[in-house]
Design a protein around this ligand. Structure first.
Ligand code: AMP
Ligand code: P6P
Length: 340
């Protein structure tokens, strides 16, 4: 706390480091570098409409999605900041087919790796809808002093040291956890600092919002169709019908649901048998935050997201995340037999 009675992100992170007497400040440095890159991306996102940084780059990312200029800019910013931190030996990014290893003496000694979606929901950039950065931090398992290996990035989500997202919306916020609760920081552009605005976030136990792309209804599994009808039926005892809210930007949809109480579902469909969202840099970090805020995240078939053993960098999984009671109810329908 300072004379302005605000706690900045850096002050908060350093304070939390003091809970670990043996800590050398390496995680602290990593988190503060992520904060710096987020502020630089915030600046560009907020003037995207004014400079020639909108529109397609003409290239595609590893999952075949058009790469917009801001995507590439954000990726470059985070890769640069993580390399400069000298605490990270490599990253796995949505924008890169393979892992990016930082092969210099300082970084090779870094004990952390980062998985990142530098600008998720970027198809919304040109229409001024909120977008976000999603990241997760793990301790490397390969030998320190050598290049990062793919095995470092294919760890279960339970091994995350930290996870967070930045939402570039009506205000820019960073929300993150290191396994001891979830805290949210709002960027105050007048001082260029993320300031603690949402301490100890706990998601409401009974939400009233469901978020899913209902345009895919005919391709949904029967259990999802049944759950949607359940959400839409009138029942005063369980506060139904629920409200449908879907922005089409995971960070924006999840952030609203985290604060207000709601379930987000991206299930498998006929076209996408494993759903659309990527395990390493979308589902695992969001799942870690959701659980730390008292919620639940599963693949809809009884498998906890954080327990899944990744097999590839850009692996997709079906994603059900929200208040425990809502995810449990959705899974109940997913497990029920019979047709619609
Ligand atoms: P370090 O030596 O800085 O890498 O810290 C060692 C471990 O202490 C980290 O992997 C975390 O588990 C914990 N830790 C250190 N700094 C922080 C922090 N700022 N916030 C939360 N946990 C921390
Ligand atoms: P659909 C954005 O491309 C994204 O990965 C998430 O941010 C978002 O929730 C989802 O895809 C939207 O997908 O198929 O509904 O447009």
């Amino acid at each position: 706390m300072n004379e302005h009675n605000v706690t900045t992100l850096n002050e908060f992170v350093i304070k939390k480091q003091n809970d670990f007497p043996y800590a050398k400040g390496e995680l602290t440095r990593l988190l503060s570098h992520i904060g710096i890159a987020s502020k630089i991306v915030h600046r560009e996102v907020n003037k995207a409409g004014l400079v020639d940084i909108l529109g397609e780059m003409g290239t595609v990312n590893p999952t075949g999605e058009d790469q917009k200029k801001l995507d590439v800019f954000a990726n470059d910013q985070f890769i640069g900041a993580l390399k400069a931190s000298a605490e990270c030996c490599g990253i796995a990014s949505e924008e890169n087919q393979d892992i990016v290893t930082f092969d210099n003496d300082l970084a090779r000694d870094g004990k952390y790796i980062v998985t990142i979606d530098p600008l998720d929901g970027s198809s919304n950039i040109d229409v001024n809808v909120s977008i976000g950065t999603i990241f997760a931090i793990y301790r490397r398992i390969s030998k320190i002093g050598h290049k990062a290996q793919e095995e470092d990035f294919l760890q279960e989500g339970t091994r995350q040291v930290a996870a967070g997202y930045v939402i570039y919306g009506s205000s820019t916020m960073m929300v993150y956890t290191t396994g001891r609760g979830v805290n949210g920081f709002t960027l105050d552009p007048s001082i260029g600092e993320f300031c603690l605005s949402h301490p100890k976030i706990q998601t409401p136990t009974n939400g009233k919002i469901y978020s899913i792309n209902e345009g895919n209804y005919v391709k949904f599994p029967t259990g999802v169709k049944k759950y949607l009808k359940y959400c839409q039926e009138k029942d005063s005892e369980t506060n139904r019908p629920f409200t449908s809210r879907y922005i089409g930007s995971l960070v924006a949809d999840f952030h609203r649901n985290l604060l207000k109480g709601g379930i987000y579902i991206y299930p498998e469909t006929e076209n996408n048998p494993n759903g659309k969202l990527r395990l390493l840099y979308e589902c695992n970090p969001i799942a870690f935050i959701a659980e730390q805020a008292g919620g639940k995240a599963s693949d809809g078939n009884g498998n906890r997201i954080l327990d899944l053993k990744p097999t590839s960098l850009h692996q997709r999984v079906p994603f059900f995340v929200g208040p425990r009671s809502m995810v449990d109810k959705a899974e109940e329908f997913m497990n029920s037999k019979g047709e619609m």
